[in-house]
Each structure stands twice: as structure tokens, then as C-alpha cells.
Design a protein. Structure first.
Lengths: 884, 130
């Protein structure tokens, strides 16, 4: 307490510049007067009495200094002095200052931008208090693979678990919104009221629903997600109480969630879940997602252990439905981020911090060059009694000031950079990233920027400051203010920095090139299918009106014939997934009269397609027959399998005529046995899965699903037929919206957006690093030429040709570049292996990329050195020799 | 100068070499105690009193005294105002504030405890520990 008070008083004195000097002087005078008086009383002469009094007091200056030190905060005061001085110094050399601040600006700005999006997306995607305590609980097959849970299991968990403060259940539903503009397909999260208490979510407007809403009949209320509210209702703040119609049922809007609380990020509205008793007793439909908040002191592992015990008991109690199932508990954050996003961000953050290192090396190099000119000044200050530490502090202050100026510029640059990132992210991808819409330059980003700015300042300033302190006092003062040639040590240091810049740049450039190459290959992986000429969109048929296979089959037949009739459309087909789409439904598959080998996962991609799909998408039927008109709702259910399916399950056998059934163990009895009638050419449906799936195709005319993707091949620009297609389908049923209308090429682009981002940002880092490296070697060579002008003059006077001098300088630059390049190549090789393990599709051994990039960097470095070299060759011997 | 004089506070380095260190903060406590017993005093008065009380064994260095007075004032344990000195000139008078009284009490207790403990150690005889 008293320290605080004292500190505050001193701070006040510092700020108000209050000066008690007069008071002290008066007190001291009085003190001496009284002391003198006392001495006189002791019998001294007046002169001697005063002399003794003064002696006892000691040096007045020392007293005053100590008094002053007590009065304010000397450390702060000298810091302010340093800052003022640093400011003057920086203003005095504007060229250097601007160059340093600009490089810091870009370096820190890029870091701030990447950090802020990483912070929003990976670290804190939701404004949930104590997010680390929130977990998701899913069922896990003993054989591997996760699934959602059944309502009856959830109820059992609720009753018997003790690890959780609270559990919440939800299911996701596709719904059609009417009565607010065009009919729109939206996604609803149908949640138990505890969902909001598990997340501890507060609304932006209105309220969330409570336990009363889970009674059937009282559940016609809706809470809107922020983005949906913004886009569909224009952020209308009088939305509360408004009625909206979802799947022919009217709901009253009672609340809006804040922007920072969009979980699940795909949900447009939250609706209360009012389960019926039959639903509550159901142990077969694994349609429900469970989230929970752990009790204090319970770890995720402990919760998982408890849930596994419960699952084991349940497997005994309900062998038919629960045998072979256990429970998986994982932090919500892991689930939100998925496996790739954090990796991408870590990679980017690492590369960008790398860039900051290069920036530091660049500024250090500039400082070293400037150090030569400052030597007389430093020598003078040391001669006047400044300690080394004092000068070091002053020099570092200067650097930190530069860093902070860079941070200020960096935040502006970062904001611009972020804006670019945000506007180039397609909305349909952004909605799958929780936290994406929360990206902003906030307090944490500010703190991060200041921190790295300070660190960068110190890192960049350390070597130059240490070098400046090695000044030889006597020689320097003798030389006076004439600036002298830098020491050999300093040249070595500058060379080291230039080489370091080149090698770091080499690593970054090659890394970026490898990623770009991998990304480019992937972007064109589907070129075989001519994705630029195919239009795709999805539809979801509402179950309420398309509940029977009959109605769905009718819809599909009618819609296809209308679309095929459109001008410009050559084919119109249905499929649940396109090649490399990563969108299929992997289901267990059972082969008739074959026992399942325990522990062996027997699953296949389940693809309902229309009969023309195989020819249109160039996956022709290679054996047996394709689907045709004969295959209808009434006829024998048939399937076409992929070549890989045959190789895996019928090696050396004819698969035709065998029967299979989807769903395996958990299939309900309605799932029909499918007779294999054909084999289709192998097609890859996944970009990411390391092991390609086997595929089972069924006919949409025979087994029509509720949702499907349309693929329209066109002669020209596929987007030009989009409007006509929309109208054609609206004629059939105006309440069925078309979702994600885009070309197949765009779809591929969306799927690869993460990789594209990484490649683009890394490309930026690499380009900037290369620029800095070029500036670095330019600086070193220019400095060398400047210092050796006289020598070159002598050489030229003695008969050296201009080319000889030019080559001499270029040779030196070449040496430095070669060293940087060889270190950089080693770094790049290590980086490439790291990247390859992180990003599928990036291959580490690409000798062409290494060679071309190394050559490019060589050319850039030599081009940057060419200007100083050329100047060296242009030295006029007469002028050079007359100098000095 | 009497070689038996013990300096209080920081003095010139040469002098410090020969004489034992005095515990830090001692001078502050002496100042507070003096003010508590004698009421408001000016700087010289405080210095003189401390020297007298110590039987002229201590010498108070003004270079330390005034910064300490300022420090105590910043901490709020003493207050100061202008007044008239014995020879009727302007002098700064210091007196204990309410917080200062409490501080003297607590510091005194602390000091007594410390000295008691040290005293115990000095009184130790080998047989008592065996």
C-alpha cells in the first residue's frame, strides 16, 4: 500500500514536473545556519563554524541529486530523455528511419493479421466462458469410426453420468423458410434448452428458450443466429415477436444470438427440441449430437473413462443396439477446428514469424551501416562518462521506438491485409468456420503486436548496439568527426546478416513454391471432368411433402426432363457427390452369405445417381449394365459397384448377381438387398482421404433420396443457364430453393480454399522476404563500394579495366549469395519435409522447384548487386584519388 | 572526527569501508520515533536529536536525511509545513501523521521481536542445546 502511494506521488511529481528544488535549497540553508549556530556555541570561530557545517553537509549536488531521485522516478525520467533523444536521432536520418519503419510495418502488420485470424478461428472461435470445459460426446464404434448418438442413450447418460455440470442434445435439420423473401433452404439446430446453459450463451437481443419450451405445443419459438439475422432480416432490431414459417409451421422469434456465439456455425436458427416419448425411447436412430460442460476438476480423460464404463453397462443391457459401441469425449474446440485448420494456421504463423526475423536482419543491417557514422558521437559520450550499459540502453530505446512505430504502421497494414483476406473468402466456405466472422484487430492483437514490435526492436538492435560499443575511444576521438571505415568485424557481421536474409528467403520461397505447386496440381485434379463447363446445385426435398419414394421419384424425373430441355444444357444428371467433392455418405455394407470379419471395416461410399451419370461424368460402366428405364420403384433393387469394390470383395470372381445391403449391422430392416448389375470405372471422390473408398451406386429413380446434387453440363458458361434452371424448377415447386449454385470448378476451389489461402499468404511472405534479401545484399555491396572507392580508383589508374572492377564486386556478391543459397537449400529441404507431412499434396522432392527457385534467387541477388558493382566500375580514378 | 561515530545511511564509500553497516531503514525508524516523542521538528532538529539521543555515537548524513524525509512524506507517514525556526527564519517542520503513528507502533513491535530473537541467539550456551 505505502509503496503504491509513494509510487503514485512520484509519478504525479514526474507528470506535473513539480520541482521542490527551492524548498530543498531553503531547508539546506536553514540547516547550515542552525548547524553553524550550534558550532559557534561549542566555541568555534564564525568562519570555522560555517566551514565545519558545510563539510558535514557534504557535496550539495549529491544531496540534490539524491533528493531529486527520491522525488520522481529516475528510471522513467531517463527513459523519457532517451526517447526524446532517440526521436531526434531518427529524425536526423530520415532515409534510414523510413526504410526501417516500412520494413517493420510490413513485418509486424503481416504478423498481426495472421495472428488475429488465428486467434479468432483457432484459439477463441466462440465467446463461450471457459471454452476448454465444454466437450462434445459422441458414440464410437469399437471397430473405429465416430457416430452421433440416440436419444435413449443420451437420456441414460444424463441419468448416470456425474462428470458434467450439464449436458445438452441437439439435432440438425434442413428446413424451408417461407414468408421472408424468397423461399430459402436453411439449417436449423433443434436443441434442448440446456444447450444455451452448457455454452453459457447470452443473447444479443431478446432471450433464449427455457425448459418450458421442451413441452410439445410450447416449442413454436425460434432464436436466430447472428449472420442469418443480418442477411435475411437486415439486422432488424424489431425482429422480436415476428412470425416466421419453417416447413409450414409458424415460429415466433424470441431472440438473436451475438456474432461471437455462432455455434454450430452452419445453424441459421435454433429451435427448441420437444421430443415425443417414442423418440426418447429410441435406441436405433443415431441422429443426435451431445455437448456438455465438465464439472470443475474433471478432465476430459476422466469424463471419457466414466462414459466408457457407462457405455459398457449399456452394451450389456441393450446388446441389440449398443453392442460394439463405446463413447468418445473430446473438447469442443478440437471438433470446431477439425484437423487441418490449426495446422494451416500454425504453418502460416511460423512462416510469418520467419519473415519478421528477416525484417529484423534487414533493420540490423541498416543499423550497422549507420553505426559507422555514429561512432564519433558514441565515443564522445563515453569519454564524457556514460557507462556502456547507459549507451546500450539508449541505442536499444531507439530500436524499440522504431519497432513501435512499425507496430503502429503494422496495425494499419494488418487491418488492410485482413480486409483482403476477409473479402476474398467465399461466404459459403466462411459459414463452416466458427469464429471467421469474429476476426478483428482487438486488444489481444494489439498486445501481440506491441510485444513482437518490442522484441523485434531488441533483436534487430542487439548486434549493432554491441558493435557500436566496441568503439576504440582514443582512435575515434583522434579521428574526430571524420567518419571512418568500418572494422573488419563489422563487415563480417553485415555479411552474416545478408547471408542469413538470403538463406531464410530461400527457405520461404521454396516452401511457398512447393505449396503453390501442390495446390495448383490439386486445383486441376478434376480437369478430366471439365469442371469449368459443369453447373452444380443442391436441393433438399422437405420430408413433409416428399415423404414417399413415389413423390420424390416423380420430382426427379420431372425436374431432369425440364432441365434437359433448357437451351445450352447438354446433360442434366443427379448424384450425391462429384469426383473429389469429399461429400459422399460412407455407410457400412453387408454382402449376402458372407460373414463379417471382426475388426475389418467394411464400408463403401453410397452414391445415389441418375442413369446418365456414368457417361456424363466419364465413369463408364465397364462390366454388366448401367441403370435404365426398367429400374423403377417397383422392380428389383439394383446397384453398380466400383472397380475397387470388386477388387476388394470379389477378387477373381464375377460380382454380377451378388446381393449387398447398405447399413450393415445397424440397418433397419427396410433397407433393401441390392443386386449388383454392373461395375463402373474407378473414380476418386475424395481429395483428402489417404485411402480411396469403394463405391456403391444406386439409381435415384429406384431409391430416391431426400437431398441431391444436380450436375448440368453446358456448351458455354454454365452460370448463364443458372437463372433458367432456377425458373424451370420453381415452375415445378416454388418452395424448393436451389442451394450453392456454382460451377464444378468453383466447388473444387471452395474445397481447396484452405490450401489456396496458405499458398497465397505464404507466397506473400516469400515475395517480401525475397525483396528484403535483395535490399540486404544491395546494402552490403553499396557499402563495400562506398568504402573502397579509393582502392578502385587506384586499380583503375594502374590499368585495371572497368569490367575487372565490376567483376570483382560481383564476385564478392556471388560468394555471399552462394553461401546464403547453400544454407537456404538445406533449410528449405528440411522445411519441405515438414510441409509434406503437414499438407497432403505437397511433395518434398521436387528438384525442378528447388533448381528454378534457387536460380531465380541467384538472379535477384546478383541483379541487386549489379547497381553498386556498376558504380564501382564507373569510378573516376582522378576524382577518387583526389579525395582525402 | 571521532572514530567511534557510526554513520547512519549511505555515506562516502571510503568511510564505509572501515565502519560497520547499519541496517537499512533504521534511519527512517529513528526519524519516526523522534517525531513521535518530540512532536514537530525541522530537518536540522531531527538530525541533531538523533545524534544526541545516540550519545553522539551516530552521525546523520544530510544527503540521506532529506531524501528519506521526502520518501516518508510520499508514503504518507509524515506531513510537513512551513514554520518559524528558533532564530525566527522560515523552516520546514515535519510531524507524524495518523498513519505514521500506526507505522511506529508496528515497526517498534517488529524491531523488538527481531532483537529478542537475536538476543536469544547470543545467550545460547552449548550445554543448553545438548
Amino acid at each position: 500500500m505505502r509503496f503504491l502511494r509513494r509510487f503514485l506521488m512520484r509519478l504525479m511529481n514526474l507528470v506535473t514536473r513539480r520541482n521542490n528544488d527551492k524548498r530543498l535549497r531553503e531547508e539546506m540553508e536553514e540547516h547550515i545556519a542552525l548547524e553553524t549556530q550550534e558550532n559557534v556555541r561549542r566555541g568555534m570561530s564564525t568562519t570555522e563554524a560555517r566551514r565545519q557545517a558545510l563539510l558535514k553537509l557534504g557535496t550539495v549536488e549529491v544531496v540534490r541529486e539524491r533528493y531529486h531521485a527520491e522525488q520522481t522516478l529516475p528510471l522513467v525520467e531517463s527513459l523519457l530523455g532517451d526517447l526524446r533523444y532517440a526521436m531526434r536521432q531518427l529524425v536526423k536520418s530520415p532515409g534510414f528511419t523510413i526504410a526501417a519503419i516500412v520494413t517493420f510495418t510490413v513485418g509486424i502488420g503481416t504478423n498481426a493479421a495472421i495472428f488475429s485470424s488465428m486467434d479468432a478461428v483457432v484459439l477463441r472461435p466462440l465467446a463461450v466462458p471457459r471454452l476448454d470445459r465444454v466437450v462434445t460426446i459422441s458414440e464410437e464404434r469399437v471397430r473405429g469410426g465416430y457416430a452421433q448418438t440416440t436419444l435413449a442413450n443420451y437420456e441414460d447418460w444424463l441419468r448416470s453420468s456425474s462428470s458434467f455440470e450439464e449436458l445438452a442434445v441437439r439435432k440438425e435439420a434442413d428446413m424451408t423458410l417461407m414468408g421472408a423473401g424468397d423461399a430459402a433452404h436453411i439449417e436449423a439446430a433443434i436443441t434442448s434448452p440446456s444447450f444455451f446453459t452448457v455454452l453459457r450463451a447470452a443473447t444479443l437481443l431478446g432471450r433464449v428458450y427455457g425448459p418450458e419450451a421442451s413441452q410439445p405445443g410450447q416449442d413454436a419459438v425460434a432464436v436466430l443466429n447472428y449472420d442469418f439475422w443480418q442477411q435475411r432480416f437486415g439486422g432488424d432490431s424489431s425482429i422480436l415477436g415476428r412470425k416466421i414459417e419453417l416447413d409450414q409451421r409458424t415460429y415466433t422469434v424470441i431472440g438473436v444470438m451475438p456474432k461471437s456465439m455462432q455455434y454450430p456455425s452452419t445453424a441459421d436458427v435454433y429451435l427448441p427440441f420437444a421430443p415425443t416419448p417414442e423418440q426418447l425411447a429410441d435406441r436405433t436412430k443415431r441422429d443426435y449430437l451431445v455437448t456438455g460442460r465438465l464439472r470443475d476438476g474433471v478432465s476430459t480423460q476422466q469424463a471419457q473413462a466414466e462414459m466408457r464404463t457407462i457405455a459398457a453397462h449399456m452394451a450389456e443391457a441393450y446388446p441389440k443396439t449398443n453392442q460394439g459401441w463405446t463413447v468418445h469425449v473430446e473438447p469442443l474446440l478440437d471438433g470446431i477446428n477439425g484437423p487441418y485448420t490449426p495446422e494451416y494456421y500454425r504453418l502460416l504463423m511460423g512462416a510469418t514469424l520467419f519473415l519478421l526475423l528477416i525484417v529484423c536482419a534487414n533493420v540490423a543491417n541498416l543499423q550497422l551501416a549507420r553505426g559507422v557514422a555514429r561512432r564519433p558521437e558514441i565515443a564522445m559520450r563515453m569519454a564524457l562518462g556514460a557507462s556502456r550499459w547507459r549507451i546500450l540502453r539508449q541505442l536499444l530505446t531507439e530500436n524499440i521506438l522504431l519497432g513501435l512505430a512499425g507496430a503502429a504502421g503494422g496495425l494499419a497494414f494488418g487491418a488492410f491485409f485482413l480486409h483482403l483476406t476477409l473479402i476474398t473468402m467465399p461466404e459459403r466456405v466462411a459459414r463452416y468456420m466458427s469464429g471467421w466472422s469474429n476476426i478483428s484487430l482487438n486488444g489481444r492483437v494489439l498486445l501481440f503486436s506491441l510485444l513482437i514490435a518490442g522484441l523485434a526492436g531488441i533483436v534487430a538492435g542487439m548486434a549493432p548496439a554491441a558493435e557500436a560499443l566496441r568503439v576504440n575511444l582514443v582512435n575515434q576521438l583522434k579521428a574526430g568527426s571524420r567518419s571512418s571505415v568500418g572494422s573488419g568485424r563489422m563487415h563480417r557481421l553485415r555479411n552474416i546478416f545478408a547471408v542469413a536474409q538470403i538463406s531464410l528467403a530461400v527457405a520461404l520461397v521454396i516452401g511457398a513454391a512447393l505449396i503453390s505447386k501442390g495446390m495448383n496440381a490439386w486445383l486441376h485434379v478434376a480437369d478430366f471432368y471439365q469442371p469449368g463447363s459443369i453447373l452444380t446445385f443442391n436441393i433438399d426435398l422437405p420430408e413433409s411433402r416428399y415423404g414417399t419414394a413415389q413423390k420424390r421419384a416423380q420430382w426427379y424425373a420431372a425436374s431432369l426432363s425440364r432441365l434437359r430441355a433448357l437451351p445450352g444444357v447438354t446433360h442434366a444428371e443427379l448424384t450425391s457427390a462429384l469426383p473429389y467433392d469429399d461429400n459422399g455418405w460412407v455407410r457400412d455394407v453387408e454382402i449376402e452369405n458372407r460373414s463379417v470379419v471382426p475388426g475389418k471395416l467394411q464400408s463403401a461410399l453410397y452414391l445415389p445417381v441418375s442413369s446418365g451419370y456414368f457417361d456424363t461424368l466419364r465413369a463408364p460402366v465397364v462390366a454388366g449394365r448401367g441403370f435404365n428405364q426398367e429400374d423403377s420403384l417397383g422392380s428389383m433393387p439394383v446397384a453398380i459397384v466400383s472397380e475397387r469394390f470388386v477388387a476388394q470383395h470379389f477378387p477373381g470372381e464375377n460380382p454380377l448377381g451378388h446381393r449387398i445391403r447398405m447399413g450393415g449391422h445397424d440397418s433397419n430392416e427396410n433397407e433393401p438387398w441390392l443386386t449388383i448389375v454392373g461395375v463402373a470405372k474407378e473414380t476418386n471422390y475424395s481429395l483428402w482421404d489417404p485411402i480411396p473408398h469403394t463405391a456403391v451406386y444406386v439409381d435415384t429413380g429406384q431409391i430416391p433420396p431426400l437431398s441431391i446434387k444436380y450436375a448440368l453440363t453446358t456448351g458455354g458458361n454454365p452460370l448463364s443457364v443458372a437463372q433458367a434452371a432456377r425458373r424451370a424448377l420453381a415452375d415445378l415447386d416454388p418452395a424448393i430453393p436451389l442451394n450453392t449454385v456454382e460451377t464444378y470448378a468453383q466447388l473444387m476451389h471452395d474445397n481447396l480454399i484452405g490450401l489456396i489461402y496458405v499458398a497465397a499468404l505464404l507466397g506473400f511472405d516469400a515475395a517480401f522476404a525475397l525483396l528484403l534479401a535483395a535490399i540486404g545484399i544491395f546494402g552490403v555491396m553499396a557499402n563495400l563500394v562506398g568504402e573502397r572507392t579509393r582502392e578502385f580508383g587506384v586499380r583503375l589508374a594502374m590499368g585495371a579495366r572497368r569490367e575487372d572492377v565490376l567483376h570483382m564486386v560481383l564476385r564478392r556478391a556471388g560468394q555471399l549469395t552462394a553461401i546464403g543459397l547453400s544454407i537456404g537449400l538445406v533449410l528449405a529441404f528440411a522445411l519441405a519435409h515438414g510441409l509434406a507431412s503437414l499438407l497432403r499434396g505437397v511433395r518434398p522432392g521436387e528438384p525442378m522447384v528447388f533448381a528454378v527457385m534457387a536460380l531465380a534467387i541467384m538472379v535477384v541477388a546478383l541483379a541487386a548487386s549489379w547497381i553498386p558493382a556498376w558504380r564501382a566500375g564507373r569510378v573516376d580514378p582522378m576524382v577518387a584519388l583526389r579525395e582525402d | 572526527m571521532n572514530s567511534a561515530i557510526i554513520p547512519v545511511g549511505i555515506q562516502k564509500v571510503e568511510k564505509m569501508k572501515k565502519k560497520p553497516d547499519v541496517q537499512q531503514g533504521t534511519l527512517a525508524l529513528m526519524v519516526l520515533k523522534t517525531l513521535e516523542v518530540l512532536g514537530p521538528l525541522h530537518g536540522y532538529g531531527i538530525a541533531r536529536r538523533i545524534e544526541q539521543i545516540s550519545g553522539d555515537l551516530l552521525e546523520v548524513n544530510q544527503g540521506t536525511l532529506y531524501p528519506i524525509l521526502l520518501k516518508l512524506e510520499h508514503e504518507g507517514v509524515i506531513e510537513s509545513e512551513w514554520g518559524a525556526s528558533e532564530n525566527n527564519r522560515r523552516a520546514r517542520f515535519y510531524r507524524l501523521s495518523r498513519a505514521g503513528h500506526k507505522r511506529v507502533e508496528s515497526e517498534t513491535r517488529e524491531w523488538e521481536r527481531t532483537t529478542a530473537i537475536i538476543a536469544q541467539f547470543f545467550n545460547i550456551k552449548a550445554e543448553e542445546l545438548s
